[in-house]
Ligand binder design. Structure first.
Ligand code: ADP
Ligand code: MG
Length: 640
C-alpha cells in the first residue's frame, strides 16, 4: 500500500504574506482612501485632497500637507511591519495614532501600482518612489511641496478574481464619499476635498455630480461643537441638521459629546449613526444598543435616530488592536460607557420633550388610536422617577443575549403540550389551495394577527407577513408580464438624496423604472418621481427611495447587472432577476400592512380574499405567515 505523501510545513514568502494581509485591510477602493487619510492625519496634515477615477479602481490619489517622510526612510514604506508609530512594546498600550501596524502601504503595494512623493520641511526637494509588481524603485528627487502624495493605480490589477468583487464605479465612489464624510465630521479643523475625475467623459455626458468636487470643505477654526455642526449641515439636509440636539459631559476620565436628532426625526435604518472613539470612527454593538435604549419608547420600533457620538477616553480604557481595519475596538468597561450615553442622551431628550411638547413624535400614523403623546410622556415621567435608580436604563439585568428582538418565537410549542414544535410549523400542503372561506369567524388580535376559524381548526395569520407575500407575488407577476399598474402623479414627488448617494442615481434610475417607478434627476441631489406602481400608494417615498438606494448599493457584486442591460420591456432572465427580486421584496415589505395596524373587518376580508390566490405560507423573506392548529390538535391538547 502506498503511504500518502508526507505533509511539510513552510514559512510563507513575504509577498504572499502581504497579499493575505492585503485581503484583510484592502477590501475595496474606499479602504485605501481610509488608510491614506489616516496616514495624512497621523502626519499632522491640515489639508487632505482625494482624487479618484472610476470609483477608485483606476486611480486614487491622496495629497496631504503633513510632515512628510525622510528620503532615507522611503525604501521602508512599502515593507510590511514598517512603521514610525511604535518603538517599544509599551507603545502598543498607548496608541494615539490611527496607524501602528505598518501594514497599509505594504498591503496596497502588493495589490496595486503605487507611487509616493514626499517632501519634509527640512529638504529642498521632494523624493519619489514607486512599486509595481513587487519591484520597488530607489528614491528619485522631484520638485514638490511639503507633504506627501500617494497614488494607487489599477487596484487588484494582478488579482482579477478580487477585482470582480468590486461594484460599479458609482457604488465604489459612494463608499469613498462615505469614508471621507466620516473623517470630515470628526475633523472640522482639517480641510477636505474629494474630486471624481471623469477625463474620458465629455462635460455633457458627465452626470451633474461629476462636474464639480463632490466634497470641498474649508477648515473650521477648531473641533468645537460649532465646527462639527457646520460639517453636518454640509452633509445632511436641513431637515436633519437644523433640529439636532447637542449634549456633552465629562467625568471620571470619560468625555461624551453628541449631536442627535429629536424624536420626530428618525430614519428607516441606522446608517446615519456615527460613533467615534478618540476621533476614530468605530462600530460597536454596545454603543448601538445605548442609542436604542436612549430613544426607547420615544420613537416607533424599527426607526433610528441620527446620531454623531464622540467618545474621549484614555488609551488604557480600550484596546484598538483587535480588528485589522480597527473599525472595532474592545472597551475595558463597555457597559459603563453604555450607561453614561443612555443617561446623557435620554436626559437631553426628556428636557427637550417636556419643554417643547411639539417635539414629541407622532408615532406611527397607522396607530391613530394609541395615545402616543401620553405614552411618551409616561416614558419620560418613568425616566425621571427612576433617575436615581440606574436599574431602569442599566441593561445589567438584560445583558448577554438581549440583542434578540422582542417578538416571541411563534413557532415553538407551549412547553406543556408535549407536541413537537415541527407539528405546529407551517405545513405547506395543508393550507393552500384547500381553504374554503369564509367558513367562520375572523378577527384581529393585538392589531397584528388575524385569527380565522376554518372547517378543521383555526388559522393564525401574521398580517404583515401575509400581505407582504401577496404583494410580492402580485408584483413579481406584473413584472414578469411587464404589466405594472402605475399611477401618474399630478405633481412629481421630490426626494432629496444624501450627497454620498447622489452618484449612484444614474444607475438606480433604470432599476426604479424596471420596477415601475419613473424618476429623473432634478437638480443637485434631488430625484423627481413622476409615477409609481399603484401597489406603493401608501408608501412614504422619501424613505422608500433612500432604502431602495441602500438596498441597491448592498446588492452582491457577483450579480453584475449594469443599468444599460435593462432597457424598458427587456425580458427578465436568470442573470438579472436576482437583484431585482431583492428590490421587489423590499418594496413588498414597505408597502405591506404593518404589525400594530388596526384593520377594519372589510380590510381583513379583502386581505384574506387576496390571499386566496396566493401561496401564502411564508413571507418572501421566509418567515412564517400562517400557522394552523387543527381541531384534532386542539382535541389532543385538551385530552378530549
Ligand atoms: P502605519 O500607519 O500603521 O504606520 P502605513 O503602512 O500606513 O503604516 O505607513 C507606514 C509608515 O509610512 C508610517 O508609519 C509613516 O511613518 C509613513 N507614512 C505613510 N504615509 C505617510 C504620510 N502621508 N505622511 C507621512 N508619513 C507617512
Ligand atoms: Mg497607516
Amino acid at each position: 500500500m502506498n503511504s500518502p505523501p508526507q505533509i511539510r510545513i513552510r514559512t510563507l514568502p513575504a509577498w504572499l504574506v502581504n497579499k493575505i494581509a492585503a485581503g484583510e485591510v484592502i477590501e475595496r477602493p474606499a479602504a485605501c482612501v481610509k488608510e491614506l487619510i489616516e496616514n495624512g492625519l497621523d502626519a499632522g496634515a491640515t489639508d487632505i485632497q482625494v482624487t479618484v477615477k472610476e470609483g477608485g479602481k483606476k486611480l486614487i490619489r491622496v495629497v496631504d500637507n503633513g510632515h512628510g517622510i525622510l528620503p532615507a526612510d522611503l525604501p521602508l514604506v512599502f515593507k510590511s511591519h514598517s512603521t514610525s508609530k511604535l518603538t517599544e512594546e509599551k507603545d502598543l498600550y498607548d496608541i494615539n495614532t490611527f496607524g501602528f501596524r505598518g501594514e497599509a502601504l505594504a498591503s496596497m503595494a502588493s495589490v496595486a501600482q503605487v507611487r509616493l512623493i514626499s517632501k519634509t520641511a527640512a529638504q529642498s526637494d521632494g523624493y519619489a518612489i514607486s512599486v509595481d509588481n513587487d519591484k520597488i524603485t530607489s528614491p528619485q528627487p522631484v520638485a514638490g511641496v511639503n507633504g506627501t502624495t500617494i497614488e494607487i493605480a489599477n487596484l487588484f490589477y494582478r488579482t482579477p478574481a478580487r477585482r470582480k468583487f468590486l461594484k460599479s464605479d458609482g457604488v465604489e465612489l459612494s463608499h469613498i464619499t462615505e469614508t471621507v464624510t466620516r473623517f470630515a465630521i470628526a475633523y472640522p479643523e482639517i480641510s477636505f476635498k474629494l474630486a471624481n475625475l471623469t477625463d474620458n467623459l465629455s462635460d455633457k455626458d458627465a452626470p451633474a455630480s461629476a462636474r464639480q468636487p463632490l466634497i470641498n470643505l474649508a477648515s473650521v477654526k477648531d473641533d468645537s461643537s460649532q465646527g462639527i455642526l457646520q460639517r453636518l449641515e454640509f452633509f445632511y439636509s436641513p431637515a436633519v441638521s437644523s433640529e439636532l440636539l447637542w449634549a456633552t459631559e465629562e467625568k471620571d476620565n470619560l468625555k461624551l459629546s453628541a449631536y442627535f436628532s429629536v424624536p420626530t426625526q428618525t430614519r428607516p435604518n441606522s446608517k446615519q449613526q456615527f460613533f467615534y472613539l478618540n476621533r476614530r470612527f468605530i462600530r460597536d454593538r454596545v454603543l448601538s444598543r445605548a442609542i436604542y435604549q436612549a430613544y426607547h419608547n420615544l420613537i416607533p420600533s424599527g426607526r433610528y435616530p441620527f446620531v454623531a457620538l464622540f467618545i474621549r477616553m484614555p488609551t488604557s480604557a480600550f484596546d484598538v488592536n483587535v480588528h485589522p481595519t480597527k473599525i472595532e475596538v474592545r472597551f475595558r468597561d463597555a457597559w459603563r460607557v453604555h450607561d453614561r450615553i443612555v443617561s446623557l442622551i435620554r436626559g437631553a431628550l426628556a428636557q427637550k420633550v417636556l419643554s417643547e411638547p411639539a417635539a414629541m413624535p407622532e408615532l406611527s400614523p397607522n396607530q391613530p388610536e394609541t395615545p402616543e403623546n401620553q405614552r411618551v410622556m409616561q416614558a419620560l415621567v418613568d425616566f425621571f422617577a427612576n433617575q436615581g435608580n440606574a436599574a431602569q436604563f442599566s441593561p445589567s439585568a438584560q445583558r448577554p443575549g438581549h440583542f434578540t428582538s422582542h417578538y416571541s418565537d411563534g413557532a415553538s410549542a407551549p412547553a406543556n403540550t408535549g407536541a413537537p414544535a415541527a407539528a405546529l410549523a407551517p405545513a405547506p400542503g395543508d393550507l393552500h389551495p384547500n381553504i374554503h372561506r369564509p367558513t367562520g369567524r375572523i378577527f384581529q388580535i393585538h392589531n397584528s394577527y388575524i385569527i380565522e376559524e376554518v372547517a378543521d381548526g383555526i388559522l393564525m395569520i401574521d398580517q404583515h407577513a401575509l400581505h407582504e407575500r401577496i404583494l410580492y407575488n402580485r408584483f413579481s407577476q406584473q413584472l414578469a408580464s411587464s404589466e405594472i399598474y402605475r399611477q401618474k402623479f399630478l405633481i412629481p414627488t421630490v426626494v432629496e438624496i444624501p450627497k454620498s448617494k447622489s452618484m449612484i442615481l444614474p444607475e438606480v434610475i433604470p432599476y426604479l423604472k424596471k420596477v415601475g417607478i419613473e424618476a429623473e434627476e432634478f437638480g443637485e441631489n434631488t430625484l423627481a418621481i413622476q409615477s409609481a406602481p399603484s401597489l406603493l400608494n401608501n408608501v412614504n417615498f422619501n424613505e422608500f427611495i433612500l432604502e431602495f438606494i441602500d438596498a441597491f448599493a448592498d446588492l452582491p457584486a457577483e450579480t453584475p447587472v449594469q443599468a444599460g442591460d435593462l432597457p424598458a420591456g427587456s425580458q427578465i432572465n436568470e442573470t438579472n432577476i436576482k437583484p431585482i427580486d431583492k428590490l421587489i421584496k423590499m418594496m413588498a415589505c414597505k408597502a405591506a400592512i404593518k404589525a400594530g395596524q388596526p384593520l377594519t373587518p372589510e380590510e381583513i376580508k379583502s386581505l384574506l380574499a387576496d390571499a386566496g390566490e396566493t401561496d401564502f405560507v411564508t413571507c418572501p423573506h421566509g418567515r412564517p405567515a400562517v400557522r394552523k392548529i387543527t381541531l384534532s390538535e386542539l382535541e389532543g391538547y385538551f385530552q378530549r
